[in-house]
Design a protein around this ligand. Structure first.
Ligand SMILES: Nc1nc2c(ncn2[C@@H]2O[C@H](COP(=O)(O)OP(=O)(O)OP(=O)(O)O)[C@@H](O)[C@H]2O)c(=O)[nH]1
Ligand SMILES: [Zn+2]
Length: 198
């Protein structure tokens, strides 16, 4: 499974996507043989494969690969994790940050696995709500903790560059399981993710 910043590109997929991007370039009236655009279909094909590599990856397997038995049952929060995704309606980026918390029940997980799981689901065509829920469910299903909380704050290029063209709007989505359904626990989490670490 590719976790590196580069990807082993599939030649057949690259060829097919390159043809598609050639059509897009000529479709908007550009000259595909213009020097600056000669390699663009192939570059765009590779960029698109990179941005959708999450389809090939298994979030639950990633979590299971670093679960450790530990007698700790306080809230664990990983906050301000940057994320980049593509909206499934316009294939334009949305980006922002995610905050994830869980309360262990016998098992903790390697901290880096949480951002990895976010990338697995973010690197697909998405809506922010489903992305939020998929991260939540993957952690709940594998670790079976006392509760999971996920908050995502993001800006959607499809609302900024086109459409309503609102530059400052941000969308917040949240999802909770178990202990986080209780107001006190949820509020503690929300306070900790908005608070200053000092
Ligand atoms: N709920 C949700 N909506 C999204 C997300 N990303 C993009 N959208 C919205 O998806 C909707 C698609 O609506 P349509 O009316 O079919 O598309 P459109 O004509 O391009 O709409 P406008 O963006 O309003 O111009 C738009 O309102 C987008 O803002 C997301 O992650 N979650
Ligand atoms: Zn969109």
């Amino acid at each position: 499974m590719a976790f590196t910043k580069t990807l082993n590109y599939d030649d057949k997929v690259t060829d097919q996507l390159s043809k598609n991007f050639t059509d897009i370039i000529s479709g908007v009236g550009e000259e595909v043989s213009r020097e600056g655009l000669l390699k663009t279909p192939e570059r765009a094909a590779k960029a698109m494969q990179f941005l959708t590599q999450g389809y090939e990856q298994d979030a639950e397997a990633i979590l299971r690969s670093a679960m450790f038995a530990e007698d700790y049952s306080e809230m664990v929060i990983v906050k301000d994790i940057e994320l980049y995704s593509l909206c499934e309606h316009h294939l334009l980026p949305f980006f922002g940050k995610a905050h994830v918390a869980y309360i262990p029940d016998g098992y903790i997980v390697g901290l880096s696995k949480i951002p990895r799981v976010i990338d697995v689901y973010a690197r697909r065509f998405q809506v922010q709500e489903r992305l939020t829920d998929q991260i939540l469910q993957a952690i709940q299903t594998t670790l079976n903790p006392l509760g999971v909380a996920v908050v995502i704050e993001a800006r959607h290029m499809c609302m900024m560059m086109r459409g309503v063209q609102k530059q400052n709007s941000a969308t917040t989505t949240s999802a909770f399981t178990g202990a986080f359904k209780a107001e006190r626990t949820r509020n503690e989490f929300l306070k900790l993710i908005t608070g200053d670490l000092g």
